[in-house]
Design a protein around this ligand. Structure first.
Ligand code: ADP
Ligand code: MG
Length: 344
């Protein structure tokens, strides 16, 4: 039987460059060699595509060297592949750009297509679609950089008014990032000004959200499939910090995974059901990790976000959720490649 030729893309220009390389290394190792012929191309932090031998070195070292590599137009005309597995997080990878390039090249891609990837990358677009489908979420407002420059006092008033009356705090986030970069919690006008200034360093679109009334429990669920997707058991992340910030995310040992989450069965069922609805209305495919806030004190459940290319190392939440459902890491990656081929 002819082997399926898989191109794994890793690295990239996001904050999650190293995480992506680690994930790619695990995927490469796991794809059954008797069925798949796998090549890795690592994208450097400057956005240059390294030739396979240089990519292999970058994978071994855990990061791409600066300089060298091909620019995109040269890389796009490289040899033929049956399917691309873009293990890239954030802008220029998870946002529909690579998906669009592969669509033009006629190569199936693991995960969501152009529309689903692009909509989910922008928190404002994602939350607008979820609102249209009445999926519970915290209150939020969009602020653009130019609007804030024009009328800062009015914007500040609107931003602070988003807070829930009994616990006046807001989360200020760049619309387009991920990995908690540029995110702050603000409880007064001075903090809100600093939070907006920081968020606008990363994006010209910023979302301001009402903080949940109490520190929420953070529940996550994995989705796998195309037109008849399935939901994994629900997992929970716990940590000591005030919120799941950059340091907590990327310092080993600061956060703990619990699978299954110890929550009432009705809450777990609601998480799975809302996640499947979100996956469908956002036009996702292949895989997604859907993150929720569960406010135990009030019983409220909010959908926070949907990641179309979640962390994929052997110890990441998404593969761990499927392992709990009896799907091993190698079986999971092979299934994702099959799902991409099925979609063509
Ligand atoms: N509205 C909110 N209420 C309470 N906590 C929040 C809220 N928004 C974000 N957080 C905290 O900040 C973390 C990062 O926010 P998130 O929107 O998931 O950003 P990212 O896309 O960078 O992961 C969350 O996991 C949670 O700990
Ligand atoms: Mg998050």
């Amino acid at each position: 039987m002819k082997k399926t030729r898989v191109l794994v893309l890793a690295g990239g220009q996001s904050e999650e460059h190293e995480v992506s390389i680690k994930s790619a290394r695990n995927v490469l190792e796991a794809l059954p060699k008797e069925r798949f012929d796998v090549t890795a191309v690592v994208i450097s932090r400057e956005g240059r595509w390294l030739a396979p031998p240089d990519s292999a070195r970058a994978l071994a070292n855990g990061t791409a060297p600066s300089g060298g590599g091909l620019v995109l137009s040269q890389a796009a005309s490289a040899e033929g592949f049956d399917v691309v597995f873009p293990i890239l997080h954030g802008p220029n990878g998870e946002d529909g750009t690579v998906q669009g390039m592969m669509k033009l090249a006629g190569i199936p891609c693991v995960g969501s297509g152009v529309l689903g990837s692009a909509v989910c990358m922008d928190k404002v677009m994602m939350k607008s679609v979820l609102a249209a489908h009445r999926i519970p979420q915290v209150a939020w407002t969009l602020v653009t950089r130019s609007e804030y420059a024009r009328a800062p006092e009015q914007v500040l008033e609107r931003v602070l008014a988003i807070a829930d009356g009994s616990a006046p705090a807001v989360f200020v986030k760049p619309a387009n990032l991920g990995s908690s970069v540029g995110i702050s919690r603000a409880t007064n006008e001075v903090e809100a000004r600093a939070a907006l200034r920081l968020a606008f360093e990363h994006d010209r679109r910023v979302i301001v959200e009402a903080a949940t009334r109490h520190k929420p429990r953070e529940l996550e669920v994995g989705i796998l499939g195309n037109d008849a997707p399935e939901a994994s058991p629900v997992g929970e992340l716990t940590f000591a910090s005030a919120f799941y910030d950059y340091e907590t995310k990327y310092t080993p040992g600061l956060a703990e995974m619990h699978i299954p989450a110890q929550v009432p069965e009705a809450i777990a069922a609601e998480v799975r059901s809302l996640a499947l609805t979100a996956f469908r209305v956002l036009d996702c495919a292949g895989l997604a990790r859907v993150d929720f806030f569960y406010v135990e004190q009030t019983g409220e459940l909010f959908l926070n976000e949907l990641n179309t290319m979640p962390g994929f190392t052997k110890t990441s939440m998404y593969p761990a959720l499927w392992a709990a459902a009896g799907v091993s890491y190698p079986a999971l990656v092979a299934r994702l490649v099959e799902l991409a081929l099925e979609r063509r």
